[in-house]
Design a binder for this molecule. Structure first.
Ligand code: 5GP
Length: 206
């Protein structure tokens, strides 16, 4: 007994917190979970594929999407633009599929403004210094980019209290964070306000 509409899960937090790995793990666990692929003007990294990791677009194409209202939210991050395609997310939710996305923190807050029903999850490492180690280990950014990402991360941490949930991704124990995310995804479906009123009335009068 549910509303039939999908739920929108927004997994955010600073770069290097482990969003990619944990969202990937959630997708493996929940076959019906739909992942919103973002558009970005950032050049593709060697292991990234078009339409799977991102839709890689030029600045003018991004502007066209933005000006045409095709992005649910968008932000500039470290000199590049990132945005969430609106049609895909709204289409999935209307069909009853849960959707997960992983924008940076300001984008997550913008999603909450547009969709107050969205579930905002802030993912952090157990120690801030782990962010640097993880960013260094993945070898996808230059040293200057890592410095900049850590500066942005400091700022992003100030917004934790605006989120619905906080999940700590402990170093070396990502499976615990997956269990925690799983608990949130499962519990959200049972919140009273997600049930249609007539089904609550039926329970009341049964
Ligand atoms: P990266 O360059 O590491 O792939 O992403 C940089 C930051 O942009 C990450 O924090 C990532 O979560 C965020 N990001 C990815 N897609 C989107 C999006 O569609 N909107 C927003 N606001 N941020 C995004």
């Amino acid at each position: 007994m549910t509303s039939g509409l999908g739920l929108l899960f927004v997994v955010s937090g600073p770069s290097g917190a482990g969003k990619d790995t944990l969202v990937e793990a959630m997708r493996e666990r929940r076959a019906s979970l739909r992942y919103s692929v973002s558009a970005t003007t950032r050049p593709a990294r060697a292991d990234e594929r078009e339409g799977e990791h991102y839709f890689f677009v030029g600045r003018s194409e991004f502007d066209r999407l933005r000006e045409g209202g095709r992005l649910l939210e968008w932000r500039e991050y470290n000199g590049n633009l990132y945005g969430t395609p609106r049609d895909y997310v709204e289409g999935c939710l209307a069909q009853g599929y849960d959707v997960v996305m992983k924008p940076e923190v300001n984008g997550a807050l913008a999603v909450k403004t547009a969709y107050p029903d969205a579930v905002l999850i802030f993912l952090v490492p157990d120690r801030f210094s782990n962010l640097r180690e993880r960013l260094l280990a993945r070898r996808t950014e230059t040293n200057e980019e890592i410095v900049r990402r850590l500066e942005i991360a400091q700022d992003e941490m100030k917004f934790i209290r605006r989120f619905d949930y906080l999940v700590v991704n402990e170093q070396g124990r990502p499976e615990q964070a997956v269990v925690d995310l799983e608990a949130i995804f499962a519990a959200e479906r049972f919140r009273i306000h997600r049930y249609p009123d007539d089904s609550i009335q039926r329970v009341e009068s049964s």
